[in-house]
Unconditional design. Structure first.
Ligand SMILES: Nc1ncnc2c1ncn2[C@@H]1O[C@H](COP(=O)(O)OP(=O)(O)OP(=O)(O)O)[C@@H](O)[C@H]1O
Ligand SMILES: O=C(O)C(=O)C[C@H](O)[C@H](O)CO
Length: 328
């Protein structure tokens, strides 16, 4: 039985080791794995919950590297399909001393983009508590979108809670209007929607968190919206309560912002799996987002239960009292 299921495109990430060099000039790289949904799977497993990851990889060294690595992490690979004809997506990522790193993606026509709806029919959803979906996978190909739509229909039919991170990747879409319409439609079939504040501006046309939340709460089945506001934390509103900000955690130095949103999502998901309140789930999302920005990889800041406890201890809060303790 699996608590969390997710579907996405894994990327082999070659992260530059030399600070502030362009990707053209960098010569030394560290090989790791990324991909938004896989990041969530990794962090969720690290906190002790069971996960199945649905994807397709090439039958070549990068595909084998992904499969071997996630298998060693004890993430379920029952639905990691193999494609002998296409290779696995990969990415070069810059190391910067400030701001977002430059990335170069090599993912067009990847094995994952050739996943088709037929792969969804075999998936056993019994016992699954939460499914995590994002706006990246449906952007990589028409068949990926159809595959996601079929999975969503099966999840909705079985009343399995869906968390949806809008995760905009404009370069993967034909144009902004198609991106906006498709993502907002997918969001309407999700229970918890997790846009970033800048994404809200593109998707809803405002950067007022309350207005962004109201937009999603007024369409489809969405009952909770959390708008992520970078270092400031997050704004949460449900269909039953007034919205509120839950402040973020101060960090000594931001090393790499990639994977913070996924860290937030997995913090929220794991807390909900442990029957914590929505507000505690947002607090844990903030904590794991803050831990992730202090590390160079896409998912190496995600904590074990022990590391999460130590993080709270260091800032002098616990999950039980932390929501109302705004001095961080
Ligand atoms: N500089 C920071 N300091 C502390 N916490 C941070 C910082 N940046 C991000 N976080 C935490 O991580 C969460 C997610 O970050 P962000 O708001 O950038 O999400 P996002 O827009 O989804 O990001 P991503 O680019 O990873 O998709 C924030 O809500 C916050 O809790
Ligand atoms: O999946 C992608 O598009 C990536 O850029 C890989 C990163 O690990 C991911 O986006 C972080 O959210």
């Amino acid at each position: 039985m699996t608590e969390l299921i997710t579907i996405g495109e894994p990327l082999v990430v070659f992260a530059a080791k030399q600070e502030n060099l362009s990707l053209t000039d960098a010569t030394e790289f560290h090989k790791g794995i990324g991909g938004a949904e896989l990041n969530v799977a990794i962090g969720t497993r690290r906190l002790g919950h069971s996960v199945q990851y649905i994807t397709q990889v090439g039958q070549e060294p990068l595909g084998m590297y992904i499969t071997k690595t996630i298998d060693q992490m004890d993430i379920g690979t029952d639905y990691v399909f193999k494609d002998p004809n296409h290779s696995t997506g990969h990415q070069l990522k810059q190391l910067v001393s400030y701001g977002d790193p430059e990335v170069a993606n090599y993912r067009k026509g990847s094995a994952a983009s050739h996943l088709t709806p037929s792969s969804i029919k075999s998936i056993d959803l019994s016992g699954v508590k939460i499914a995590h979906l994002t706006g990246i996978f449906p952007a990589i190909s028409e068949t990926a979108l159809e595959t996601l739509q079929l999975l969503m229909k099966r999840l909705n039919d079985q009343h399995i809670l869906i968390t949806f991170d809008t995760n905009l990747r404009p370069a993967l879409w034909k144009n902004t209007q198609i991106m906006r319409n498709t993502i907002n439609k997918l969001a309407s079939h999700s229970d918890i929607v997790l846009p970033g504040i800048h994404e809200g501006k593109v998707l809803v046309g405002t950067d007022d968190p309350e207005k962004i939340a109201n937009f999603y709460l007024n369409q489809g089945q969405t009952k909770t919206v959390v708008v992520k506001v970078g270092s400031k934390g997050a704004y949460v509103k449900t269909s039953e309560d007034q919205g509120r900000f839950i402040p973020g955690f101060k960090v000594a130095k931001v090393i790499d912002t990639v994977g913070a949103g996924d860290g937030f999502a997995l913090g929220l998901i794991t807390a909900l799996l442990e029957n914590k309140s929505t507000e505690v789930a947002v607090l844990r999302g903030n904590a794991i987002g803050a831990m992730q920005v202090q590390t160079p990889g896409d998912n190496d800041g995600y904590p074990s239960s022990e590391e999460l406890k130590n993080f709270y201890k260091k800032v002098g809060i616990s999950e039980e009292n932390g929501v109302n303790n705004v001095v961080r």
